[in-house]
Ligand binder design. Structure first.
Ligand code: ARG
Length: 461
């Protein structure tokens, strides 16, 4: 028989459209195991406060265990009459423990403090799962770093050839941003590890219940300092939505590069068949759908963040039903990432880079022009003059259709008297890369150091 948590003062049940609008079990059912864990913790503090006898506590806990098993097996599911997960589980408890005992659990708690607590619990577990997925993408990038430690490529600004860099340095740049994403989520958890149980509807509990004990049992570091804040705040959800959106944006930048790198024009890499799709009409096609879905879903993650912020904006304290709209955006962001992360890891880890192609493109577009200017600076020429001279070299080489290293001795001195033939020592991609050997640079020794530090950071996670 249907259980309603608030029927007393109403002469009739809710209208059909009212119930349909109100219902949330189609998305909040995933909170069920957390709700039951919360109920067990709540039963224990009711017992501590002498509101349940030893026998009642034992009966309550065993009914909740049965209910948890039935939820797990699918033997117990919500009905259309259940407004939300909390209502459904109260019905389930009463069916198992009887109305007299089952009806005692609601003392001193409200769905407001329940849902604020359970949502945090779900998000904290979800954030850990997402972090594991991110680690998988990092591992895939590192696999490529370790497979191609010395491969060179044109580094770009404005998507134009800029200076040659190591592919490993470039890939490690993506690793660095993902490590920050992991760090952000870990840091978020410190603020999210606060239980709202005991806040009641908003003003706290009068029944001598211990919110700190509930918090500890549910794996939180602390109970809410302020019961109003406990039930009304959702910045923990918005903050995680940001962390996930930022992660999505970082992933989309990797994705965009994979899309570009696998074009015929670039030809830097080829997708493994398992991580590409074909075309229904063009037999030759191999499409980077994983990367494109990554790019697309990053927009969705941003939407989930902005949608939630819009829901929260200007809500008066404490609980308002608007807050029921807090969950779907986060559930969706997590779900999308759980789909995405293993696929990105697979796609990145199996990319086949064409080292020769990248090496042939590395000096193209006069990427060594900065090296000419800096060589002149080392000869004592002011950078302003050196920059001009290197630009002149580019102009001369371009007009003859050759690279900078092919300029004749005469052409070089013609541009600037200090440009002796020794300049050719730095006019190689390897020489240029090796010269950028300050901390954080693309020189092989520095990239190797960076690789080691990244490994240490990962080992500490
Ligand atoms: N289902 C609601 C939510 O997700 C929790 C219930 C609180 N409802 C209420 N009428 N106080 O926020």
């Amino acid at each position: 028989e249907p259980v309603q948590l608030w029927g007393g003062r109403f002469a009739s049940g809710p209208a059909e459209a009212m119930a349909a609008l109100s219902a949330s079990t189609h998305f909040d059912w995933r909170l069920a195991p957390y709700d039951i864990a919360g109920s067990k913790a709540h039963a224990r503090v009711l017992h501590q406060a002498k509101l349940l006898t030893d026998d009642e506590l034992a009966g309550m806990l065993s009914a909740l265990d049965t209910l948890l098993a039935d939820v797990g097996s699918g033997a117990f599911t919500p009905t259309v009459a259940d407004e939300d997960v909390h209502t459904a589980l109260e019905r389930g408890l009463i069916e198992r423990a009887g109305a007299d005992l089952g009806g005692k659990l609601r003392a001193g708690r409200s769905r407001n403090d329940q849902v604020a607590t359970l949502f945090r619990m779900w998000l904290r577990d979800a954030a850990r799962r997402v972090a594991t997925g991110v680690t998988g993408v990092v591992d895939a990038l590192l696999h490529q770093v370790d497979t191609h430690p010395a491969a060179v490529m044109p580094g770009r600004t404005h998507l134009q050839h800029a200076q040659p860099v190591l592919l490993s340095h470039h890939l490690l740049a993506h690793v660095q941003s993902l490590l920050r994403d992991l760090d952000r989520v870990r840091d978020w958890d410190r603020r999210a590890a606060v239980s709202a149980y005991g806040s009641g509807a908003l003003a706290g509990s009068s029944l001598g219940l211990d919110p700190v004990a509930v918090a500890a049992e549910l794996g939180f570091d602390a109970a809410a300092e302020n019961s109003i804040d406990g039930v009304a705040s959702r910045d923990f959800a918005a903050e995680l939505a940001f962390c996930l959106a930022m992660l999505g944006v970082n992933l989309s930048r990797i994705a965009e590069e994979v899309i570009i790198w696998t074009t015929a024009e670039f030809g830097y890499a080829v997708l493994d068949d398992a991580w590409a799709t074909g075309s229904s009409i063009m037999p030759q096609k191999k499409n980077p759908d994983v990367a494109e879905l990554t790019r697309g879903k990053s927009g969705r993650l941003i939407g989930n963040l902005t949608g939630l912020l819009a829901v929260l904006k200007a809500q008066p304290l404490a609980y308002n039903r608007d807050l029921q709209e807090d969950k779907e955006p986060l559930f969706d962001s997590v779900e999308q990432l759980e789909l995405l992360l293993p696929a990105i890891a697979g796609m990145v880890g199996t990319l086949r880079f064409d080292e020769a192609r990248m090496a042939s493109m590395a000096p193209a577009g006069f990427t060594l022009a900065t090296d000419v200017a800096e060589w002149l600076v080392r000869q004592g020429i002011p950078f302003r003059v050196a920059h001009e001279a290197a630009g002149d070299c580019v102009r001369v080489a371009e007009s003859r259709g050759v690279g900078l290293a092919e300029l004749t001795d005469e052409e070089l001195v013609g541009v600037h008297p200090a440009l002796s033939p020794e300049i050719r020592d730095v006019l190689t991609v390897e020489g240029s890369i090796a010269s950028r050997d300050a901390f954080g640079g693309t020189a092989p020794s520095r990239v190797q150091e960076q690789r080691v530090r990244v490994g240490e950071v990962l080992a500490d996670l």
